[in-house]
Ligand binder design. Structure first.
Ligand code: A3P
Length: 302
């Protein structure tokens, strides 16, 4: 089934989730051909959850010996986080490519927006690779997504109204949506498998970054040593990956990803609660109600 005219391209439903048609080939190809290694680290998100930020955090964390955060020519100066931690379905397997992983350093840092149901079977059954699932509250996700999709639309296409996008979002018809099902699948998986999957919230990282970066490091089996803590490596990583720092780098202000988005489209405000500036009472009430109904009994609160 297809639903017309929401983003630049139409969305198609596959295995219960909605995709722009141009991503479908990559999704299917990666399901067929991808083979994980035990040391792989996957960052999984629903779009607009803070993927770019966490790509940077994970890269900086895992590579901190080789590239200390204070390094003058840190890879972030010349590379956008999406280049350093590529998406499987959008980047590596897009356009029918079979990627060459031979030059990718170990551990391989990979990312995906795929819902759990559509992850390659080889990833689901791999016992040692690690999955970090990042989620964010649906009100900020929605506002971020609305801005993002309007930014991607060519001028002659006009803008999507917030009301139209809202109705689609609530029905689940959104990039890699329904949003709630995406989150819930991973939440349920993470509860049975804490060594394999870490479930993190954007809001928690914002509120208590040191605690959550430490937790991430422990999960990825690269905990901070006492020496590192003393010499400010942890703070250095947080600063390096901060919204102000990343969004101010030339490489992120200019340039384009191979998938066609401008690098700067991934940096807008980077705050919690910007939805208050856009959603009316009825929208808030509706989103809260759907969230409550969907997450009821799961133990997940947002
Ligand atoms: P806003 O539109 O609310 O500002 P994704 O990377 O998954 O596409 O998510 C993009 C969202 O993450 C945007 O949210 C963007 O501004 C925010 N973001 C990007 N870099 C960030 C950072 N370093 N710290 C916090 N938020 C960041």
């Amino acid at each position: 089934p297809k639903e017309k005219g929401w983003v630049a391209s139409h969305l198609y439903q596959y295995q219960g989730f909605w995709y722009p048609v141009r991503y479908l080939q990559g999704v299917i190809s990666c399901q067929k051909h991808f083979h994980p290694q035990d040391s792989d680290i996957f960052l999984v998100t629903s779009p607009k959850s803070g993927t770019t930020w966490f790509k940077a955090l994970i890269f900086a964390l895992v590579n901190r010996k080789k590239h200390p955060p204070s390094k003058i020519n840190h890879p972030f100066i010349t590379h956008n986080p999406h280049d350093l931690v590529p998406f499987l379905e959008i980047r590596l397997y897009s356009d029918n490519q079979i990627p060459d992983f031979s030059s990718m350093p170990s551990p391989r840092l990979l990312s995906t927006h795929l819902p759990y149901v559509s992850l390659p079977e080889s990833v689901k059954t791999s016992s040692k690779s690690k999955i970090v699932y990042l989620c964010r509250n649906p009100k900020d996700i929605f506002v971020s997504l609305w801005h993002f999709t309007n930014k991607l639309r060519r001028q002659e296409m006009g803008k999507n109204s917030i009301g139209d996008v809202f109705e689609m979002f609530c029905k689940g018809i959104t990039l890699f949506g329904p949003f709630w099902d995406h989150v819930l699948e991973y939440w349920n998986q993470s509860r049975g498998n804490p060594d394999r999957m870490l479930f993190v919230k954007f809001e928690d990282m914002k509120e208590n970054p040191e605690v959550h970066l430490r937790r991430l490091a422990e999960f990825l089996e690269c905990p901070f040593s006492g020496d590192e803590e003393e010499s400010g490596i942890l703070e250095g990583i947080l600063k390096l990956c901060s919204f102000d720092n990343l969004s101010g780098l030339e490489v992120n202000k200019n340039g384009m990803l191979p998938s066609g988005e401008e690098n700067n489209a991934f940096f807008r405000r980077g705050e919690v609660g910007d939805w208050k500036n856009y959603l009316d009472d009825g929208m808030v009430e509706k989103l809260d109600r759907i969230t409550e109904e969907k997450f009821c009994g799961s133990g997940l609160v947002m």
